[in-house]
Design a protein around this ligand. Structure first.
Ligand code: NAP
Length: 497
């Protein structure tokens, strides 16, 4: 562990990076079964911290114990999920094309390809997920599963929680006899550490969850390097939701319940918070807006993750509300108790299209409803927002049949298209896509959630006419693990015919 608050910062980072690079050179050779056992042991050690870990996280983040207990369970589940993936083995995407020496006019060579780890990965812990996207969260678990060594830059908003998880990982390293420096933990009080980590020559890739300014800054540091490296930043999203006319007529009450819960969930501190709602003007829409505003005002707010986030929420909300043409339902009392409270605002399609300030994320329990003249204006509003993690379509079968072409457009702005559900709630499974076009992320081709998130930390290497005895086990003719691989265009888990 390194605490960098003085002039020795650069030297300290250099030492950390050289240690983690040396550890990578050992760790990448470790057998899948041992790697899987290591990931499972980290999960066990985190669970063994018991209530002490939950209490520490409650104290630092203002999040309730129930939420944190659930998040810890998700974190250990993710570690075990990657352990199972590593044991099974097909994630390396072994692909074998055998030679055809007598092919005319030219012989076909023997070509074999699979995925290999990139090298040391820097992970920036997220403030809003102290377990699942922090020290031993999805980025760390997937990078270790890939065979990369990891340096976590602890988030200062839960530094002590992060330290406890680091101690659990250290115990797992010792118990499993892993290279001592395969995981490193860095605290700091400024941006210089982050910049030095990203720009160190030994760094191979970066994972980040947080603000657009932070994620973009890391991306820019990486591109200033002599050898640019991939940065997978997951940043802001306002997750536009379309409420179609028939569902507003038929399901108004249920929609109010669903969305008041989603906007206020976790004080709105989720990247999937429903920040933008769109609908065509109607009486049913006005009823929905009034009831939704009243419903969220009954919510008892709590403190946000840290003072900086709370201050940013109030400032950004007030900035949005002060824009010309933006309004709220009047005479609604909010239970504030000195903490930030939820808010629903509304505006017209025309105002939204003319004012880019209204397109910005207000991180917290806030949502803006855009009342559009007709479906064409609604589509223009929808397409005017930049890349998103999700977009939700709320409709009946009548609505979907009437507006079916809209799905084509949905694909252009978001990584996940949700039907009849708010964007909050991210299932961890192979078919999940948690990513999207910039500025939702810096690389829309990858997900930060689920087993496919491992693809961020690997690259394919092809072996041409390589002697059998020099090939990695996965690419040998006789597949010792019987893992699934593509052989001459056919999937097989057996030997090369
Ligand atoms: P943040 O400010 O982006 O910081 C996250 C991490 O990145 C911290 O460790 C921070 O370092 C580092 N960092 C940020 N800017 C950097 C830079 N220019 N150079 C080097 N390192 C940098 O996120 P936050 O503290 O969690 O919250 C601040 C705001 O981010 C919130 O108000 C919200 O708007 C947004 N946010 C969005 C999401 C989302 O999922 N969309 C999640 C969390 C936060 P330090 O330790 O030195 O501060």
């Amino acid at each position: 562990m390194v605490t960098t608050k003085n002039a020795t910062l650069t030297a300290s980072i250099d030492e950390v990076m050289m240690n983690v690079l040396n550890a990578f050179n050992e760790y990448k050779k470790i057998l899948p079964e041992q790697k899987a056992n290591f990931l499972e042991t980290i999960a066990n050690e985190i669970e063994a911290l018991g209530d002490a870990l939950i209490n520490q996280a409650c104290e630092e983040t203002n999040l309730p114990a129930t939420r944190l207990t659930g998040e810890r369970a998700r974190t250990t589940m993710q570690l075990r999920m990657f352990a199972a993936m590593v044991k099974e083995g097909s994630w390396v995407e072994a692909s074998i094309d055998t030679a055809i020496p007598d092919r005319k006019p030219t012989p076909k060579p023997d070509l074999r390809k699979m995925l290999f780890p990139l090298g040391p990965v820097i992970v920036f812990g997220a403030s809003n997920f102290p377990f699942a996207y922090s020290t031993a969260g999805g980025d760390t678990a997937s990078a270790l599963a890939a065979g990369c060594s990891v340096v976590v830059k602890a988030h200062p908003a839960h530094a002590k929680t992060s330290q406890m998880v680091y101690e659990a990982i250290k115990t797992a390293i010792e118990k499993c006899n892993m290279p001592a420096n395969v995981f490193q933990h860095v605290h700091d009080e400024g941006f210089k550490t982050g910049k030095d980590l990203v720009q160190h020559p030994a760094t191979a890739a970066v994972g980040f969850t947080g603000s657009l300014s932070g994620g973009k800054a890391l991306y820019d540091y990486a591109n200033e390097r002599k050898n640019p490296i991939p940065v997978f930043s997951e940043m802001g999203s306002i997750n536009p939701i379309i409420f179609f006319p028939d569902t507003l007529e038929k399901n108004n009450e249920a929609l109010v319940k669903m969305y008041s819960g989603s906007v206020t969930l976790g004080m709105g501190q989720f990247c999937t918070n429903p920040g933008l709602m769109l609908a065509i003007e109607s009486d049913a829409l006005n009823i929905f807006l009034k009831n939704l505003s009243e419903e969220v005002s009954k919510f008892t707010p709590s403190k946000m993750l840290h003072e900086g986030i709370q201050k940013a929420y109030v400032e950004k909300m007030q900035k949005a509300l002060s824009q010309k043409g933006v309004d709220v339902i009047k005479n609604i009392f909010h239970q504030s108790n000195g903490v930030a409270y939820p808010k629903i605002a509304f505006t017209s399609g025309e105002t939204f299209l003319q004012n880019p300030t209204l397109h910005e994320e207000v991180f917290g329990p806030y949502s803006l409803m855009v009342k559009c003249k007709d479906i064409n204006e609604l589509k223009r509003v929808w397409m005017s927002v930049r890349g998103q993690l999700t977009t939700s379509l709320m409709g009946t079968d009548k609505d979907f049949n009437e507006y079916k072409n809209i799905i084509e457009e949905a694909k252009t702005i978001a990584g996940r298209i949700i039907f009849n559900h708010p964007p909050t709630g991210v299932e961890v499974c192979p078919s999940m896509m948690h990513g999207g076009p910039y500025p939702a992320t810096t690389d829309s081709r990858f997900t930060a959630v689920g087993i496919n998130s491992v693809k961020r930390w690997v690259r394919p290497v092809c072996f041409q006419n390589c002697p059998e005895y020099l090939l990695p086990e996965e690419l040998k003719n006789n597949n010792p693990k019987k893992i699934w691989r593509l052989v001459n265009n056919h999937f097989t888990n057996g030997d090369v015919a």
